[in-house]
Write a protein that binds this ligand. Structure first.
Ligand code: LLP
Length: 416
């Protein structure tokens, strides 16, 4: 096998004792591949974020809910957040205890609330009306509230979740009404949370958001925890030398704010974070195969099986993912070219990598899309009645292990 362009996966020994060409032969193309060592390393980095002792990392399972990966995350001592009964279901299956799960709900039915209550899972509600509904069905219960601190941050307008123009959280000016509802149903407000948005590479907005949620927390006695949210970014443009988020600096700044604040509050609360992408993105890649190459009006198109049914991020948020190239034959690329790498979906927006300068690509080459472990498989669909790929884990010993089978054609008609 020829490694035409593989700096990043080489540096991390991503594929262990195997390689992309053999993996695709064995498990089909496209294929999601995860590396256990990298996943564990990311969990550990975040667990060590703070010096402050009462600290927990809730993995935000929406980023990647594969059961085998969840079990690893749990082994690493992380807790989990959930967005739906489905996520609660897989988290319990992965062995998380009810008290390790926080259900961060948004516009949910009473049945969904009941699902969590029946399993002793704490719910965070994000409006006055949902707090009222919760009080009616769980009088005297413990509850958490999501606030919107009025600041937001994120890599794209669609993922900025805090701020004055989003649907999330309770506006702090309604704190008097929150208190009334809590008293009316004898609820115990044990925690408050926020999430201002996804993918920050500099800590400023996050620290600012933390200060805001802490000033909101001062309105409530007896909180057990404050959840500061996720959003920790990863460098998607590694090949251009993009730097990592400076966790050490962020940790120091947060420690200062948190120690100062707890002294003032007079009680040691637990601080939580809820990262998804930071844990899962870099441990996952997406492999695909080049099936056709053509030139249309001066632009070269590399036609692959990497449609936006398998990775939606580039189409939905104009997201950048670096790509690598592997080749079974030993014919070298002798020049580089600017190309669009496109998928097999019947839409002109179906472009996974736009105007990239890469070594010449040939038919049957394997394209390796980096940093696809978060919001990759979980946002994949059967659009165009395409099959969702298999998922494979490269274990710590370097062997490949199937952790989700590929869809079959029968899966497409399973619910009829
Ligand atoms: N907590 C809450 C309440 C959230 O809504 C989210 C993400 C997270 C935590 C985790 O955020 P993270 O640490 O992963 O940034 N599909 C988009 C990202 C959507 C994020 C939605 N909420 C993407 O591919 O960029």
């Amino acid at each position: 096998m020829l490694t035409v362009h593989n700096k990043v996966s080489d540096a991390t020994n991503f594929f262990g004792n195997t390689n992309p060409v053999d993996l695709v032969k064995q498990y089909g193309s496209p294929l999601y591949v995860y590396n256990e060592n990298i996943l564990r390393e990311r969990c550990r980095e975040l667990k060590n974020l703070l010096d402050y002792p009462n600290f927990s990392v809730n993995y935000s399972v929406k980023a990647n809910g594969n059961l085998s990966l969840l079990k690893i995350v749990r082994e690493e001592g992380l807790n989990a957040d959930a967005m739906s009964p489905g996520e609660i279901f897989v988290e319990l299956k992965a062995g998380f205890k009810p008290e390790q799960i926080l259900y961060i709900s948004n516009n949910v039915s009473k049945e969904e609330m009941q699902y969590a209550i029946d399993r002793d899972i704490l719910i965070s509600v994000d409006s006055l009306s949902q707090l009222e509904s919760y009080g009616k069905i769980n009088n005297g219960g413990r509850v958490c509230i999501r606030f919107n601190p009025g600041v937001g941050a994120g890599h794209h307008e669609k993922v900025v979740t805090g701020g004055k123009k989003t649907k999330f959280g309770v506006d702090p000016s309604f704190i008097p009404q929150v208190k009334e509802i809590i008293a009316k149903y004898s609820l115990r407000l044990v925690g408050i949370n926020q999430h201002i948005g996804s993918l920050f590479m500099e800590g400023d907005k996050y620290v600012e958001g933390v200060k805001s949620i802490l000033s909101i927390a001062e309105n409530f006695d007896n909180l057990e925890f404050v959840d500061m949210g996720g959003g920790f970014g990863i460098p998607y443009k590694k090949l251009n030398g993009q730097e990592r988020l400076d966790l050490q600096d962020l940790g120091k700044r947060l420690d200062k704010v948190l120690y100062d604040w707890t002294n003032k509050y007079g009680k040691k609360v637990t601080f939580k974070i809820e990262p998804g992408r930071y844990i899962a993105a870099e441990c996952g890649v997406l492999l695909g195969t080049v099936h056709s190459i053509k030139e249309n009006y001066g632009m070269k198109y590399i036609g692959t099986d990497l449609g936006f049914n398998v990775l939606k991020r580039p189409v939905m948020y104009d997201s950048h993912h670096d790509v690598e190239i592997f080749r079974e034959s030993d014919i070298p690329s002798t020049k580089s070219e600017v190309v669009n790498i496109v998928g097999n979906i019947c839409e002109s927006g179906d472009i996974i990598a736009r105007e990239r300068e890469l070594p010449e690509i040939f038919e049957d080459d394997i394209i390796n899309v980096l940093d696809a472990g978060a919001y990759g498989y979980c946002m994949a669909s059967n659009y165009n009645n395409r099959l969702r790929p298999a998922e494979v884990l490269i274990t710590s010993s370097g062997e490949a292990k199937l952790i989700r089978r590929r869809d079959t054609l029968e899966d497409l008609v399973r619910n009829f």
